[in-house]
Design a protein around this ligand. Structure first.
Ligand code: ADP
Length: 254
């Protein structure tokens, strides 16, 4: 099967599963249609053939996007402007929401949507199992770990960042908890390289200057308290402004 044949198979399966009409997606490229359909599909089992074809298709997409990896240099914290789903590290961190099943908005531009889309539907299924067992929405600032399925990284650490409310809801402390608990969970799982996004500074509107200060301070402190536990800590920033704000903070510690 070539990539278009795989996508057509997956789209037809999903349209039938979701009782939707192909005409709704008229004029879109195949991957965009596929992405929207998987985004809105609730966690539930799927056929073995679907999974096989999905995995082949995503491996090919991930190869096309280009897999990126970094050697550690002298500094443990490095910055990179790009897409976290391209990164080959032990664990990438997802800025999740409190349902923790990935973004359901079709084709949305948030990091949660990207990670779930390129990992594959196994990730939503796994998160659903974890959440069912937990029985309550994921509290802000905690962290959970899963495999990364079709992503180049091995694991995804999921953490829910605080929604900015003018600093009235302990947002600073909660954001620090996201970083601390993600680092702790990574360390406990023997993870030696970890990549963070700028948690909470997108849809959740946390001011990026303050977020960067808390993020870099918390992680740097963790590294000092736990020397030799990590080879590489990286921030993956999606835009030039966010990158320069984090750069300023990292410059302060080295
Ligand atoms: P939150 O809800 O925690 O604010 P968002 O996904 O809205 O999460 O944004 C968090 C940060 O992640 C923002 O700076 C956003 O630009 C960035 N981002 C979005 N997609 C990606 C991606 N694929 N890779 C890295 N960063 C991303």
């Amino acid at each position: 099967m070539n990539q278009n044949e795989r996508l057509n198979y997956l789209i037809n399966y999903l349209l039938e599963d979701l009782h939707l009409d192909k005409d709704l997606f008229f004029g879109e490229d195949l991957f965009t249609t596929y992405r929207k359909l998987v985004n809105i599909r609730e966690a539930k089992p799927v056929s073995k053939k679907f999974l096989e074809i999905q995995d082949e298709m995503l491996q090919e997409e991930n190869r096309k996007k280009g897999i990126v990896s970094f050697e550690n240099d002298n500094n443990k914290i490095i910055l990179w402007k790009g897409d976290i789903t391209r990164l080959k590290v032990d664990a990438i961190v997802n800025a999740a929401n409190n349902q923790m099943e990935g973004c359901f908005v079709p084709g949305h531009h948030c990091i949660d949507n990207a990670i779930h889309t390129y990992a594959g539907i196994q990730l939503r299924e796994k998160c659903h199992q974890i959440m069912k067992q937990q029985g309550i929405l994921e509290p802000t600032g905690k962290a959970k770990i899963t495999l990364a399925y079709n992503l180049p990284s091995c694991y995804v650490i999921h953490t829910v960042g605080p929604i900015w409310n003018g600093g009235r809801d302990r947002e600073e402390e909660l954001l620090a908890n996201c970083y601390f608990n993600s680092m702790k969970l990574a360390m406990d799982n023997g993870i030696r390289s970890i990549a963070f996004p700028s948690i909470s500074t997108g849809i959740y509107s946390f001011p990026v200057e303050l977020a960067a200060k808390i993020a870099v301070h918390t992680v740097n402190r963790f590294l000092q308290d736990n020397p030799d536990c990590f080879d590489l800590v990286e921030w993956v920033l999606f835009d030039t402004h966010t990158e320069s704000v984090y750069e300023d903070e990292v410059d302060k510690i080295y």
